[in-house]
Design a binder for this molecule. Structure first.
Ligand SMILES: C[S@@+](CC[C@H](N)C(=O)[O-])C[C@H]1O[C@@H](n2cnc3c(N)ncnc32)[C@H](O)[C@@H]1O
Length: 307
């Protein structure tokens, strides 16, 4: 897989188009008003039809919290997680129902539309939605497939009602052929410390919402930027509490994942409520049996113990 980013920006009063050659450069990315992100099988095919080319419209001047906040620009986690998605076999997302949480400029949602998703709900705070909608429009995703909607976690219990509505929508649009749950819940870089303490996204509420959206077959994919040890610890403790299957993807082992994009500061997590893998199920069953056995042994020992 080859990923290229080109930017439109202004230098000394002139419009420039530059291409980022190696790795990621947040400063370059955040200076641009518009980016083109291309995912292609190899460098040569970036110009061919099978490459996926996405436009990203940003609002760098609105990055301040009192304006649009961090949803105004594209973050590294989405580029990494997007590349991970693009490395999966091409049929993987055809017909999928997806919810993206904290979508920002919506790179992952628009990519999933291009990869064949049936329905994508791209969600974020209300103040980010006009930019998210613009990104759906410029990529030709708006309408039937991609819907932009407000979904905020951690402020009140209202979001739980909306999560139920989302699941109902999945049920209705699948017309009884699938679960009333998304196949994929996806989010990137949505748990972090903010300069303004009151603007902190609530990690526990975020994980609770992911759990709430999940059905038995839903997969959750999260790109986590390592910004703060305490946020990461809270995230890991919470996902372990609420999901049965938790694993961190080793990007170096993902077929086709570009070496220059294997970075230390972004982790990709995969979560599920239940294991679909027979081996995992067997392991869990055995663990339960062992637990029961040792509990019985303890009771027997106690009753046999001399007074
Ligand atoms: C660092 S940005 C990442 C944006 C995008 N996922 C990306 O990777 O480019 C964090 C995103 O989370 C959203 N966010 C923060 N707190 C939120 C909350 N409580 N509910 C919903 N979205 C939230 C922000 O509006 C912003 O779009």
């Amino acid at each position: 897989m080859h990923v290229s980013l080109s930017f439109e920006s202004w230098t000394d009063g002139e419009r420039q188009v530059k291409t980022l050659v190696d790795g990621l450069d947040r400063w370059e990315v955040h200076c641009a008003s518009r980016l083109t992100v291309t995912f292609s099988d190899d460098i040569e095919s970036t110009c061919l039809d099978d490459a996926i080319r996405l436009q990203v419209v940003q609002a760098p001047r609105a990055l301040a919290n009192e304006k649009m906040g961090v949803g105004a620009c594209l973050w590294d986690g989405s580029i990494i997680l997007g590349t991970y998605l693009a490395c999966q076999p091409r049929h993987s997302f055809i017909g999928c129902g997806v919810v993206e949480l904290g979508a920002g400029v919506g790179l992952l949602s628009t990519l999933l539309c291009k990869l064949g998703a049936r329905k994508v709900y791209a969600t974020d705070l209300a103040k980010v939605l006009p930019l998210l909608q613009e990104n759906a429009d410029v990529n030709g995703c708006a309408g039937e497939v991609m819907e932009v909607m407000a979904l905020e976690w951690g402020v009140d219990t209202d979001h739980l009602v909306r999560a139920d509505n989302l699941n109902e929508s999945f049920g209705a649009s699948a017309a009884g052929t699938r679960d009333a749950y998304p196949d994929l819940v996806i989010a990137s870089d949505v748990t972090y410390h903010d300069n303004e303490a009151s603007m902190q996204p609530d990690t526990v509420e975020f994980v609770k919402l992911c759990r709430r959206l999940c059905g038995p077959r839903t997969e959750v994919l999260i790109g986590l930027e390592r910004r703060s040890g305490s946020v990461r610890d809270a995230f890991i403790a919470e996902i372990r509490k609420r999901f049965d299957v938790v694993s961190m993807v080793d990007l170096r082992k993902v077929r086709g994942f570009p070496k220059d994009l294997v970075v230390d500061h972004i982790d990709v997590w995969r979560l599920r409520l239940h294991s679909t893998c027979a081996k995992e199920k067997e392991k869990k069953k055995n663990q339960k049996k062992e637990k029961k056995k040792s509990a019985e042994n303890i009771t027997r020992d106690r009753s046999a113990a001399p007074l």
